[in-house]
Every structure is written in structure tokens, then in C-alpha cells.
Ligand binder design. Structure first.
Ligand code: ATP
Length: 331
């Protein structure tokens, strides 16, 4: 439905987005994930039409909308800071976009009731928005953006202001609601857990470029670049020469840097290497431990917590590294 082709954006002479190519399908939730300043919000503003691309094209449903002003795109936008009207009650906040479109009163009222039900706020229509909790405000902000039946929904850190428990709860709700509407959605966040939980696919951005775009499980299993691996918290990164030394002659990897995936190890299997445990953390389902091999190479691994063997600092351990979990990283 949404297609971005070779988008570039400069502010003054500073490149902020470089060669962005993305497609988002009907009913698909795409997350834009990356550190602060990488260009996520700017990209969302380009999609919304609030900012003009320096070059490149934006298509929606095969129509070129690059030059179409924001209010004619029929896209919905939801921000972190709610941006609700404080002097209006819940009902009037939700109905605002419908009033602007001159929808008749009866249809407005029906739409508002249906939307309040959707976010479990039936009966809250008369309340003032200042009397709502953070989570309730966020639900109202969501359905306000949905009321005019947008063709695409954009969400910019929509849960950023909420505490962790509420965020997890609302994430699941949000995903269900977006899925039930079957519209494409673009979700901006700098939080990896959030991006992985809500999205069908996730674009990892770095300095105005897309480093990798894929399903969360694929990003986790096969990070393609040094940046992506590090951004996802995987630090078992070895120079090719060190990996060769450690593993005793593995070949055919063309990259200079290799990731030894934290899941890529079996304890006490045949063909194993000796290491000494340096640190152990029990995480419930998993045990995370740090080992040191010869040559002072230190790596971190995760194994299921029912793995046989003794995990204690200072003890030796025999580890088999599975070559399927050795991943070449490109720059
Ligand atoms: P955050 O997670 O902190 O919101 P972001 O990934 O959304 O960051 P953007 O807000 O898109 O990043 O900003 C990307 C870069 O573009 C930054 O270096 C920012 O300073 C710059 N930038 C954004 N808007 C403008 C503007 N109107 N004029 C000049 N520079 C801008």
C-alpha cells in the first residue's frame, strides 16, 4: 500500500535521510527502530506530508502522493504527548476529526461509541480528558486518530510516556486493534522490545539509512551489519582472524567481522572447546554466562536454564560452537 522510493531528505546541506526504500502492505505493522537522531521522526513526517522530500517518491495504493498535502492523504497520526484538546471532553476529542469532515451528528455519535468500546472506555465519553490516567489518555488519542477512518496509521513513540507495565499491556491492545482494522501502520520507537512486540517487520535505522529491514525473528537470528548486532545487544563480535583461531580453521566467511550468536552454543557436546566461566546470570528461562577462552577471547552465551552442567564463576566448561550461528557482519 505504502511505497517509498529512493527518498532523500536534507536540512540545510545536512543529509538526514539517505536512499530510503520501503514498502508497507495492507494490514502490516512496520516499526522504524533506531537510536535518537537517526531520522525516524523525519521519515514519518515525510510520509505524513508534513515535510517535503529533497528527492524520491512516495506512493500510496499505486498513486504518487509525493506532492499531496497532508490533509488530503487521509493518514492518521498518533503522538507520544497525546495532543488531546484539554478543554474538550473525551467524546468531543474523538469526534473532532469527524466534525472537520462535516460528518452528520448521528454518524459521529455512533462512531464515537464504537471507538470507545474498542478501547474499553464505554461510558467515559463525558469525562474531561484531564481526569484520565496516562493509559486512558493514550487510548483516547489512539481512537481519535482512528475516527476519520485513515487509510494508514502512523504512531510516533505512542507509549513513550507510560510506565513499563502499562506499556506492555497497551502494546498488545494496540496490535490487536490495528490488525482488526487491516490498515497499514508505521510505528516509530527507539525501544527494541516494543518494536519487536508490535511489528510484523522492523526497519533498523542508523544515521539516516536503513541498515536492515526484516521480521523481528530474522533480525534476531541474522543481524546483517555490525550496527544491527550491537544495537540488538549482541556483543560476541570477533575479527575474522580471531574467530579462525578460536574455532580452528573455519572457512568461507567473506566478512571481516563475525558474530558468534549468543544462542549458538551447546554445553558438553562433542567437538567442544574449553573455557572458564567468568560470570553467570540466572534469567528464569535462560542462563546467561560469560566465558573466557584461550587468547583472552571473552564471549557471552545464553542457554536454556534446564541445561545440564554446573554454571559457577571460575569453573571450566566445555562448549561446542555451532557454525550455523556464526554470522558474517557487514559494515
Ligand atoms: P528521536 O528518537 O530523538 O526523536 P529521530 O530518530 O526521530 O530521533 P529525527 O527527529 O528525525 O530523529 O532527526 C534526525 C536528524 O535531523 C537530527 O540530527 C535532527 O537534529 C535533524 N533535524 C530534524 N528536524 C530538523 C529541522 N527541522 N531542521 C534541521 N535539522 C533537523
Amino acid at each position: 500500500m505504502l511505497r517509498l522510493e529512493a527518498l532523500y531528505k536534507q536540512f540545510d546541506s545536512q543529509a538526514v535521510l539517505t536512499n530510503i526504500n520501503i514498502e508497507v502492505h495492507q494490514g502490516e505493522i512496520l516499526a522504524l527502530l533506531g537510536p535518537s537522531g537517526c531520522g525516524k521522526t523525519t521519515l514519518l513526517r515525510l510520509i505524513a506530508g508534513l515535510e517535503r522530500a529533497s528527492s524520491g517518491k512516495i506512493y500510496f495504493a499505486n498513486a504518487d502522493i509525493t506532492e499531496i498535502p497532508p490533509h488530503l492523504r487521509q493518514f492518521g497520526l498518533m503522538f507520544q504527548d497525546y495532543a488531546l484538546f484539554p478543554h474538550l471532553n473525551v467524546r468531543d476529542n474523538i469526534a473532532f476529526g469527524l466534525k472537520m469532515k462535516n460528518v452528520d451528528r448521528r454518524t459521529q455519535a455512533q462512531a464515537v461509541e464504537r471507538l470507545l468500546n474498542l478501547v474499553h472506555l464505554a461510558g467515559a465519553g463525558d469525562r474531561n480528558v484531564s481526569q484520565l490516567s496516562g493509559g486512558e489518555r493514550q487510548r483516547v488519542a489512539l481512537v481519535r486518530s482512528l475516527a476519520p477512518e485513515p487509510r494508514l496509521l502512523m504512531l510516533d513513540e505512542p507509549l513513550g510516556a507510560l510506565d513499563a507495565v502499562l506499556r506492555d499491556e497497551l502494546l498488545i491492545e494496540l496490535r490487536q486493534i490495528i490488525k482488526s482494522l487491516n490498515i497499514p501502520a508505521v510505528y516509530v520507537t527507539h525501544d527494541q522490545r516494543e518494536a519487536f512486540a508490535i511489528s510484523d517487520r522492523c526497519a533498523i535505522m542508523n544515521r539516516g539509512r536503513i541498515e536492515q529491514i526484516d521480521r523481528p525473528s530474522e533480525l534476531y537470528r541474522h543481524p546483517a551489519t555490525l550496527f544491527v548486532a550491537q544495537f540488538l545487544g549482541m556483543n560476541n563480535i570477533l575479527k575474522r582472524t580471531d574467530a579462525l583461531k578460536l574455532l580452528g580453521g573455519l572457512t568461507d566467511f567473506d566478512a571481516e567481522m563475525l558474530l558468534i550468536h549468543p544462542r549458538g552454543v551447546t554445553v558438553n557436546a562433542t567437538n567442544s572447546i574449553r573455557a572458564v566461566i567468568q560470570d553467570v546470570v540466572f534469567l528464569g528461562d535462560m542462563i546467561r554466562f560469560v566465558v573466557e577462552f584461550d587468547d583472552q577471547i571473552r564471549l557471552t552465551f545464553h542457554v536454556p536454564s534446564d541445561t545440564e552442567g554446573e554454571f559457577a564463576i571460575g569453573l571450566p566448561i566445555q562448549l561446542h560452537i555451532d557454525t550455523r550461528w556464526i554470522i558474517p557482519l557487514h559494515r
